[in-house]
Design a protein around this ligand. Structure first.
Ligand SMILES: Nc1ncnc2c1ncn2[C@@H]1O[C@H](COP(=O)(O)OP(=O)(O)OP(=O)(O)O)[C@@H](O)[C@H]1O
Length: 726
């Protein structure tokens, strides 16, 4: 799964919105209906809560189907009669039983002024609050969270470093006292030993190896020359945006070092290979690279020579392995070992995994294990190479990081994310969020959607809310490297990490949340899970990561602050809790409707949404087998997932766009031969499209009715029911 990010940011000063009443005058019928609705609201809501079975739908002509309700007044304007994308009336139907016989669009037309410039002729949104799976209680087991003290009182002066280096640390990098990992690591590396360093994210690991490397290189005699080529090779996981950022930090350290004859250089793709080759030819002494790009140069660039390499540093080694670069690392190690030169090896990580122990054992000689965590002050010890295995499976996360989880049914994902963003970035100050999303297409889609709907003009509310303007930024792997750099994102000041799509591993989880609460600061994280994914909390708990639950209702309740999405009723704070809840549900529905109207406004936005859904589904198939019991595409309700992309209908035909496989058409010509062949191993794309075909079978690939019937039978009634409830 690509690591993509949507960056949410507030950069402007808070703005206060005032009331501006510019509503269209209501007709007599509307006034009457409104009054009636208001007076009935509480009773209706309570009756829905107490006895869902008593609820009945009201048909499009306003006829009443329940003996407990009074006749409905005629509505203005008249409602369409045959639209199956219907809105359940938030007043009457939100809690209707799952198999409610009819879906009825009942919202009257609203004046465009009422809700910004969207103007909602009808709310076509099908119920957000019905037919959702039950939300289980998430009990994050009590764990012994591993804590690490970030700072020490020790100063860099104590380390016997070159005075120019100390001065640079003070003046340029603005650091004075050492962090724990620096205090433990720097002396070990300066003594010439290999080391496996494990410390929480944002604890200063870069300087922990950066300082010894610079100290070593500046002291080399004869003096280092460009023509010496790489003396230190530093491997970082990928050129993905977040790593690009840490890569920049790394590069800064070497760029600012006072010993200008030592030349740093970065190879990470995104730049033409030819340009990189030219730089390599000129000479790079501290070579910083991603594994893939370095392997590329090892295979294709004659001028790359490792004959002088004295240091190999594997930064974020856990992530590198997690991303599947083990093979590339082997190629690099072989190339370096071929020179026969002794070198110092350093492996840094925030977590410990089996792969890491393996890597340590093949790349290092009797490394010192440095494990920074509370109560393990004595952990700097010389021990044999396999020692990492002896260390616990606990993953240290920053002490001042507050970790949360919210369980949200797929259908409500989009509004819940929007409510959370509004709460943090619009109605709180000085907040900066990173939202992790599983595909580039989904990032692009959400960026456009949120910019259009959440950044709208001020509300016409009587309530004053101090709110900030919202700025959304995107950051993903398909962007050009210069764009990422130019974005100038200030990652260190991020206050919230939102994992809208869950990570593919605990290692990824730790690195994502590690983008906040860095270097002793405070930060928070929120993990979105669907009800079927809650077992992931237990997986995290196995690594001593504990999350506290945030209730979805509490997140949605933030919509009460935003008058742009108010429901039809006049909720005020003196009303009952039930009325409040009803209002929140209505607002969520209004917001979802805005999203859906935007998506369905034209073919282009519709296609973008479908494409985003498609890529989300594809990404969902990439969870490793160890997590498939939690994240399996079969457990997704695709119709509900579609809703989280603002799509009203189950996207028929979606499958066909990703199934275009020439092999298929060949097969179809060969007819019976096909059946004899062993089943072909399907690609992720094909698996998704097959699943979608089965879920959205109507109309896809012109399937005949008889075939459809057969397959339906085979799939079983239960699954079939699920596919039609979207
Ligand atoms: N001794 C120090 N005093 C103050 N700030 C420091 C110190 N050492 C490092 N920093 C700053 O702390 C931030 C985090 O450092 P760094 O990126 O090295 O952490 P890390 O442990 O490598 O994190 P990750 O595991 O996420 O890559 C950087 O902005 C860095 O400049």
């Amino acid at each position: 799964m690509a690591e993509d990010v949507l960056m949410l940011n507030i950069s402007s000063a808070p703005v206060t919105f005032h009331k501006k009443t510019n509503r269209r005058p209501l007709s007599t019928a509307e006034k009457w209906a409104q009054k009636k609705r208001e007076s009935k609201r509480k009773a209706v809501f309570e009756s829905q809560e107490s006895s869902a079975s008593k609820q009945r739908k009201i048909n499009q002509t306003g006829q009443q189907h329940t003996h407990t309700q009074k006749p409905q007044t005629p509505r203005s304007p008249p409602q369409r009669s045959n639209n199956r994308d219907t809105e359940e009336n938030a007043d009457r139907g939100e809690n209707s039983p799952a198999k409610s016989p009819s879906k009825v669009k009942t919202f009257p037309k609203k004046a465009p002024e009422e809700h910004g410039d969207h103007g909602r002729p009808f709310i076509k949104t099908s119920s957000l609050f019905r037919n959702n799976p039950e939300i289980p209680d998430v009990l994050s087991p009590a764990v012994n969270q591993v804590k690490e003290k970030v700072f020490t009182s020790s100063m860099f002066e104590e380390l016997n470093l070159h005075p120019h280096l100390v001065a640079t640390l003070h003046k340029v990098l603005n650091v004075t006292s050492m962090t724990s990992v620096q205090k433990k690591t720097i002396p070990v590396l300066m003594s010439g030993k290999d080391a496996v360093v494990r410390s929480q994210t944002g604890s200063g690991k870069t300087l922990a190896y950066g300082i010894p490397v610079v100290q070593f290189l500046q002291a080399m005699q004869p003096k280092v020359k460009r023509s010496d080529g790489p003396l230190a090779v530093l491997i970082v996981p990928t050129r993905e945006p977040l790593h690009f950022q840490s890569l920049k930090v790394t590069h800064r350290i070497y760029s600012f070092q006072p010993f200008t004859w030592i030349v740093p250089g970065v190879l990470m793709g995104g730049e033409k290979r030819k340009a990189e080759k030219a730089r390599l030819r000129k000479g790079i002494n501290v070579l910083i690279s991603t594994p893939g790009r370095l392997v590329d140069h090892i295979k294709n660039t004659l001028s790359i020579a490792f004959s002088a390499v004295r240091w190999l540093i594997l930064d974020e080694a856990d992530r590198t392995l997690d991303l599947g670069f083990e093979k590339d690392l082997t190629v690099i190690l072989n190339a370096l070992n071929a020179t026969g030169l002794t070198r110092q090896n350093v492996l840094l990580s925030a977590t410990l995994t089996e792969g890491l122990s393996r890597l340590a054992s093949i790349s290092m000689k009797e490394p010192v294990n440095i494990h920074v965590s509370e109560g393990r002050e004595e952990t700097v010890e010389a021990c044999p190479q396999a020692a990492p295995q002896a260390l616990s499976d606990s993953y240290a996360v920053p002490e001042r990081l507050q970790q949360h989880v919210v369980v949200v049914p797929s259908k409500l994902h989009l509004v819940c994310l929007a409510a959370f963003i509004l709460a943090k970035c619009k109605f709180e100050q000085r907040q900066k969020l990173i939202v992790f999303i599983s595909s580039c297409e989904a990032v692009e889609f959400l960026l456009t959607l949120f910019t259009a709907i959440l950044c709208e003009k001020p509300s016409t509310s009587s309530t004053k809310h101090t709110s900030a303007s919202l700025n959304f930024y995107r950051l993903h792997g398909n962007m050009r490297q210069e764009d990422v750099a130019a974005r100038g994102l200030d990652l260190p000041q991020v206050t919230w990490i939102v994992q809208y799509n869950p990570p593919v591993s605990t290692v990824e989880y730790v690195h994502r949340v590690g983008r906040t609460a860095r270097i002793g600061t405070q930060g928070s994280s929120l993990l979105f899970l669907t009800p079927s994914e809650t077992a992931f909390v237990d997986v995290l708990a196995k690594h001593n990561i504990s999350l506290s639950e945030m209730k979805m209702e509490d997140v949605l309740a933030n919509l009460i602050k935003d008058e742009r999405f108010k429901g039809r009723g006049k909720w005020d704070s003196k009303r009952s809790a039930a009325a409040f809840e009803q209002e929140v549900r209505e607002r969520a529905t209004v917001l979802q409707t805005d999203f859906e109207n935007y998506v369905h406004a034209n073919n282009e936005s519709l296609q973008t949404a479908k494409c985003a859904l498609q890529s989300f589904l594809r990404a969902y198939t990439t969870y490793p087998s160890s997590l498939k019991h939690i994240f399996h595409i079969r457990s997704l309700h695709l119709g509900h997932a579609a809703k989280s992309f603002g799509l009203r209908d189950a996207p028929q035909g979606l499958g066909s766009s990703i199934t275009t496989n020439p092999a298929n058409s060949k097969d179809s010509k060969k007819g019976k031969d096909k059946a004899k062949r062993p089943p072909k191993k399907l690609t992720a794309k094909e698996r998704v499209s097959n699943l979608m075909r089965s879920e959205y079978l109507s109309g896809i690939d012109g399937e005949s009715k008889s075939k459809k019937k057969k397959r339906k039978k085979k799939k079983g009634q239960a699954e079939e029911e699920q596919s039609t409830t979207a």
